[in-house]
Design a protein around this ligand. Structure first.
Ligand code: FAD
Length: 265
């Protein structure tokens, strides 16, 4: 029997995980595991914890659902939100759950990497905030301790003026990404490119970012070199969804297209 407690505030949630309960937000990842026999002894439901749902300019509570983020989130995260699962999944699934699962294919994760977001974790001993690249440590592995609740994702105050997300999958709807990408561009030319599904964790491609400063318009021939550097900078695998070669090619094409969109905006 799986014990189920419902937390109504953060304090209750934190004491439940301190006692060994596994956090449950929308359940769209966790319940898939439960249905295939991976049953935690005890689960704490977080949906009634209001403080986890708060959204501000530079902070999104872990309990914010995709349905809300698609309207209220920063541009590229909102674009990512619109591609997550189906309306039912977006109505239940949360950013915190995406970050908690830490799938290499999590659609929310490239945005976090592209803007150097941090993950806020709260336990009975206090709150710590760690950068995305310290948090994601491997395939579905993170630096979160079992006694910690992900309370929020925190962004810098000055998000880039232009930001674009897109993903490639085997069809247009209800699809786990073969490649997902975010490109951001500031007015001073600073560019970031972050990808999911092409490495064990979300990644940035610094060589391409450096070079992108020299690309100035949507028809600049330098876009080809940018795409080539992105394709060279990813480390995909072949699995049931795609081959390594296709993912590498897709990463280059997607990144090039998104930079062109940023430059045309
Ligand atoms: C049909 C279907 C389609 C999907 N399509 C997509 C897709 O297109 N793109 C995509 O990225 N994902 C997709 N997913 C996966 C899933 O919907 C997302 O990862 C979603 O964001 C998970 O959020 P959740 O609130 O449901 O997480 P849950 O299932 O509740 O939790 C997921 C994990 O995170 C942990 N967790 C949750 N909240 C916290 C917290 N506050 N603190 C600490 N740990 C926490 C849980 O313990 C669990 O390990 C799909 C899933 C299904 C079933």
């Amino acid at each position: 029997m799986m014990e189920f407690v419902v937390a109504t505030n953060l304090e209750e949630a934190v004491s439940a995980v301190a006692a060994g309960a596994v956090p449950l937000a929308g359940g769209t990842d966790l319940m898939v595991g439960v249905n295939s026999g991976d049953r935690p002894e005890s689960v704490v439901g977080l949906r009634r914890v209001e403080e986890l749902r708060e959204i501000s300019r530079s902070r999104i509570g872990s309990g914010a659902r995709w349905r809300v983020i698609e309207k209220e989130g920063p541009r590229a995260l909102a674009q990512a939100a619109r591609t997550v699962g189906s309306p039912q999944i977006r109505n239940a699934g949360t950013l915190g759950g995406n970050v908690g699962t830490a799938s290499p294919a999590g659609d929310g994760l490239p945005f976090l990497a592209a803007v150097d977001a941090s993950i806020e974790l709260t336990s009975a001993s206090g709150t710590r905030t760690i950068r995305w690249d310290e948090y994601f440590t491997g395939v579905k592995e993170t630096a979160r301790r079992p006694d910690e609740i992900i309370t929020a994702v925190v962004f810098p105050d000055d998000l880039p003026e232009r930001q674009e997300f897109a993903k490639i999958g085997v069809r247009n709807a209800m699809v786990i990404a073969t490649v997902a990408c975010v490109v951001t561009r500031r007015d001073d030319g600073t560019t970031t490119v972050a990808l999911a599904s092409v490495a064990p964790t979300p990644i940035r491609v610094p060589e391409a970012e450096e070079m992108a400063g020299t690309v100035t318009g949507p028809n600049d021939p330098g876009l080809d070199e940018f795409g080539r550097l992105v394709a060279a900078g990813v480390s995909p695998i072949t699995d049931h969804r795609s081959t390594e070669e296709y993912r590498r090619h897709g990463a280059g094409v997607l990144a090039r297209r998104l930079l062109a969109r940023c430059l045309a905006a």
